[in-house]
Write a protein that binds this ligand. Structure first.
Ligand code: XUL
Ligand code: CO
Length: 518
């Protein structure tokens, strides 16, 4: 290669390789080097012939290799400066290869079309990619600068950049084989100077998203980002400032409209700043009343525009505020009941939020489920050694199995699903890590589904629970459960029976049965 460095085609191939960093182009570079070495040993006419052949090979490869122009060469990528080629060259469409596969870019447990307990895996799981983590996550933390520099990013928050990112999102979804995505209004389009300008930015990007969605892809849910902008520092619907309440209402109005326009199946309210830092300066009763009025207005507007999606509230105990009003599933249920909003809302349970509130994810899912409120899951997990919302992709098979037990008992989540509200670790900086993380998260839940189905089909865990309460499967039990047993009647029975026999809870046996399915 060194000897024929001056050959024009090799120089060309070297330039091409340095411009386009895809695996395919490196392959081309090596290949041209080999042809170049062959050229060393030929006669003049042979050299010319081979040179012509090589030029043909080059133009074939240049045409065949997907365009991978880096951001700083954006203007060379297409007439309007739009990215024309693949964002993830070298990453194939992810396929199911089964548990023995060692391929990091393949599903080992998630087989979309496979039927488990009468439903396809893709219909039990209804996966969704969270735009904010996957396409806006930078790896920055309170102590450190961003670590992720995706090749398509140009460092701006322009509309052109927002559109390019949107194209990357849809290539990502298509390659993963995931049909749903979730977004905040401000992740996908930049703020303008006025609400009018902001709304028109959003419309421009949403129009492109609509086109890219095609027939198959839809938002699992949309939401309004009511926590980043400084105007929301005291809250949005619970702000002490009327102007901020009004601004938040206008923002939610627009976010609901675009979610509806894109065919979104749900709309989420996460009250990141609906809480307080100290009760000394807070009228909690008034703030909660305001929140209820805000949600009532959202219900009315949803009906007005004919949006049939489910409205979801996402509980979280704290972070960023010291105390958030939607602390956990039970607290949110109480709020909905108090303000007569039951029936209008369901819950979006995020596993890492559940653990932050001192529960397990399974606990909050069951609390939501038994109250008819389980609408969606933000699929992630925390770290037992870290006290904050680390938003990691779920990897614990036991946790995933418990999650799926709740989902199966719920009859699935539709029109909700599993949104990967999860991000790469700060130290994971390769583009392919985005795929690996989602594949791993999807396989973990798929494995959880398979295990939960095994437990349900086996039936011994359900039998253990049934037996445990069997003393109530009696005439008196029926009277108690039917609200027909008063204290005098029960006292009479105790006098007759004496001390009751108390059976073992069989916890270890329950754990043994559970473990045997993993
Ligand atoms: C924050 C969180 C949000 C919501 C949507 O902890 O989970 O991303 O899911 O606003
Ligand atoms: Co979330």
């Amino acid at each position: 290669m060194v000897v024929c460095y001056k050959d024009r085609f090799l120089v060309l191939s070297a330039c091409f390789s340095s411009l386009c960093l895809s695996k395919a182009s490196s392959f081309f570079f090596i290949k041209s080097g080999l042809v170049c070495m062959m050229l060393e040993n030929r006669s003049m006419s042979g050299r010319i012939l081979l040179l012509l052949l090589s030029v043909n090979v080059i133009s074939f490869i240049v045409n065949a290799v997907p365009e991978t122009c880096p951001a700083d060469l954006g203007e060379k990528c297409g007439e309007d400066g739009e990215w024309g080629g693949e964002f993830f060259p070298g990453i194939p469409k992810i396929k199911y290869e089964g548990p023995s596969s060692k391929n990091p870019l393949a599903y080992k447990w998630y087989d979309a079309e496979e039927v488990i307990l009468g439903k396809k895996m893709k219909d039990w799981l209804r996966f969704s990619v969270a735009f904010w983590h996957t396409f806006r996550g930078t790896g920055a933390d309170p102590f450190g600068a961003p670590t992720k520099y995706w090749p398509w990013e140009d460092g701006t928050n322009s509309i052109a950049m927002a559109k390019r990112r949107m194209r990357a999102n849809f290539e990502f979804l298509n390659k993963l084989g995931v049909d749903r995505w979730c977004f905040h209004d401000r992740d996908i389009a930049p703020d303008g100077k006025t609400l009018q300008e902001t709304n028109s930015n959003l419309d421009e990007v949403v129009a492109l998203a609509k086109e890219l969605q095609g027939d198959k892809i839809r938002p699992l849910w949309g939401t309004a980002q009511l926590f980043l902008h400084p105007r929301y520092m005291h809250g949005a619907a619970t702000s002490s400032e009327l102007g901020v309440y009004a601004f938040a209402a206008a923002q939610v109005k627009k976010a609901m409209e675009v979610t509806h326009y894109l065919g979104g199946e749900n709309y989420v309210f996460w009250g990141g700043r609906e809480g307080y830092q100290t009760l000394l300066n807070t009228d909690m009763e008034r703030e909660l009343d305001h929140l209820a009025r805000f949600l009532e207005a959202a219900v009315a507007y949803k009906k007005k525009i004919g949006f049939n999606g489910t409205l979801l509230i996402e509980p979280k105990p704290q972070e960023p505020t010291k105390h958030q009003y939607d602390w956990d599933a039970a607290t949110t249920l109480n709020f909905l009941r108090k303000y007569g909003l039951l029936g209008e809302f369901k819950l979006n349970i995020e596993c890492n939020h559940a653990t932050l509130s001192g529960h397990s994810c399974h606990h909050d899912l069951e609390t939501a489920r038994i109250n008819g409120l389980l609408g969606n899951i933000d699929a992630n997990t925390g770290d037992p050694q870290v006290g904050w919302d680390t938003d990691q992709f779920m990897t614990d098979i036991g946790e995933a199995t418990m999650v799926m037990l709740s989902v199966i008992k719920n009859g699935g989540l539709a029109p909700g699903g599993f949104n990967f509200d999860a991000k790469l670790r700060r130290e994971s900086t390769d583009v392919e890590d985005l795929f690996i993380a989602h594949i791993s998260g999807m396989d973990t839940l798929a494995r959880g589904l398979r295990n939960a189905a095994k437990l349900i089909e086996d039936g011994s865990l359900a039998e253990l629970v049934r037996k445990r309460y069997s003393s109530f499967d009696t005439e008196l039990g029926g009277q108690i459960e039917g609200g027909k047993a008063d204290f005098e009647m029960l006292e009479k029975k105790v006098m007759e029976w004496g001390e009751p026999k108390v059976a073992s809870a069989k916890q270890e046996l329950a754990e043994m049965i559970f473990q045997s399915a993993l």
